[in-house]
Design a protein. Structure first.
Length: 472
């Protein structure tokens, strides 16, 4: 049976590479818990899940359950390594220790690239909502405003980032809980003005698997990438008051909430609304459900929630990108100027990450049909690459840690190594499914190209310095 109770609080200032990274410990446990939740509740859930429902029908619940199990395994592995060795570089540091500097370089810079592009995408999404409320205002002006606000937030003390993310996440969690409560009341027929739908929407219109295994596969691929964002909590844990305790508790609580928020939401939606309803895709599944139940101003309510989700993601991704860059520089895998800290904050890394994100926004206007599309395709499967490095690292580090420092195993991966191998097989299966689907194949190619380029660069740097994998 795995242990999840941490030892007595210990302030650790190990950045996973050097103790001189200069980062402070300004995050509290309540910040970490909400960062874990906020990371998993994003626009992918509120809006993007509609495409998965349209493809898989009611079986989207199965798709989210399968991908949710995979994410739980990945987070458990990451939690084990991060509790044993809290590091601002998280899985990049673990990959370096387990496999070699080239692996840490590849995983770290790939994730940095993903977060920076995602910042731009989230800024564009938030700006579209604002221009809907304020017609005639330019989208780029809203993006610039959001960038300035969150760049400023991240340039200040880390506790300011924690406070912003705490309240953003609290609002998102509140919205999900309220939605689930209304949905359950409607399902049992206790909501005024509604009747219990029974299993009509689950078994009608083609049955539970209306589009067969192909529809389930499309839904599975859509659901996998909706879970991205949980990794940020293990990056933030290194700047918390008690890193070991913090990451252990945050990872443990985040996992069961994944099941509640994601799988529970999908179950409520497909039970209440016919999966073939075009509004599920056009308006988003949450808005479609609230409209179906006759909730007043449902569209505007969910627009506010989606805006909060997008702004929260921008804030968290600027933070995560800056800390990942700082950790890479501290390990000699990036330009030194990028890793300087001022008052415990890596301000050059924050600025560069924000500028890169804003550049992605400009590219969406200047070159929407080639360079911007290339950026989107390049980041398409990076999260899977990161998960692969996490699983391989845990497979290698667990035995080493058991042999050399078993007291560090505050969090343990379940049924090691069997479930680690199950997770790796699951990732390989998703890569295979992406290669089969014409819509995702191009993403796989471009992500593979970026990963290979980074791996070659990292391996060349490693050979030049003659460095071997670090001991755990």
């Amino acid at each position: 049976m795995s242990r999840t109770t941490a030892p007595a609080p210990v302030d650790r200032k190990d950045d996973g590479a050097t103790p001189s990274s200069g980062l402070t410990h300004g995050l509290k446990q309540r910040h970490l818990s909400m960062i874990a939740l906020g990371g998993v509740i994003g626009a992918g859930l509120f809006v993007g899940s509609g495409a998965g429902i349209a493809a898989a029908g009611p079986s989207i619940v199965v798709a989210y359950a399968i991908s949710g199990l995979l994410v739980m395994l990945v987070m458990r592995m990451l939690g084990e390594m991060s509790a044993a060795n809290p590091a601002s570089g998280s899985f990049s540091v673990h990959a370096e220790r387990a496999i070699g500097p080239w692996a840490g370089f590849t995983a770290g810079w790939a994730f940095w690239f993903l977060l920076c592009v995602a910042v731009g995408l989230e800024g564009i999404g938030a700006a579209k909502i604002m221009t809907g409320w304020f017609p005639g205002t330019p989208e780029w002006a809203w993006v610039a405003l959001f960038m300035l606000v969150f760049c400023g937030t991240n340039l200040a003390a880390v506790k300011n980032f924690g406070e912003f993310e705490f309240w953003f996440a609290a609002l998102k969690v509140g919205a999900i809980v309220l939605f689930l409560g209304i949905g359950v009341l409607a399902i049992v027929g206790a909501l005024p003005g509604s009747e219990a739908p029974g299993a009509t929407n689950l078994t009608g219109e083609g049955g539970f698997f209306p589009n067969g295994s192909e529809g389930l596969i499309v839904g599975l691929l859509a659901s996998v990438f909706a879970y991205g964002g949980l990794e940020t909590v293990t990056i933030a844990a290194a700047e918390s008051e008690h890193p070991v305790q913090g990451v252990a508790k945050a990872v443990r609580t985040a996992m069961w909430r994944i099941a509640l928020f994601y799988i529970g939401s999908m179950a409520v939606i497909v039970t209440l609304v016919p999966w073939g309803d075009k509004a599920v895709v056009e308006k988003g599944p949450y808005v479609a459900t609230l409209d179906h139940l006759g909730i007043p101003a449902a569209g505007q309510i969910m627009n506010v929630v989606v805006l909060i989700a997008l702004l929260s993601a921008m804030n968290a991704n600027i933070y995560g990108a800056s800390r990942m860059a700082t950790s890479l520089v501290a390990r000699g895998q990036g330009p030194k100027a990028l890793g300087r800290t001022f008052g415990g904050v890596p301000r050059p890394a924050v600025l560069v990450s924000s500028v890169f994100g804003f550049t992605c926004v400009l590219l969406s206007y200047w070159r929407p049909n080639d360079i911007f599309v290339w950026l989107l395709n390049t980041i398409g499967a990076i999260i899977l690459v990161v998960w692969f490095f996490i699983a391989v690292s845990q497979l290698l580090l667990r035995r080493r840690t058991e042999r050399e420092a078993p007291e560090k195993l505050v969090v343990k991966m379940w049924a090691y190594p069997a479930l680690t191998w199950v997770a790796l097989v699951g990732m390989a299966a998703i890569f295979f499914l992406m290669a089969r689907d014409e819509g995702t194949r191009v993403q796989l190619y471009w992500t593979g190209g970026l990963t290979l380029l980074l791996a070659v660069g990292g391996f060349t740097l490693q050979k030049a310095r003659g460095r071997a994998p670090r001991d755990a």
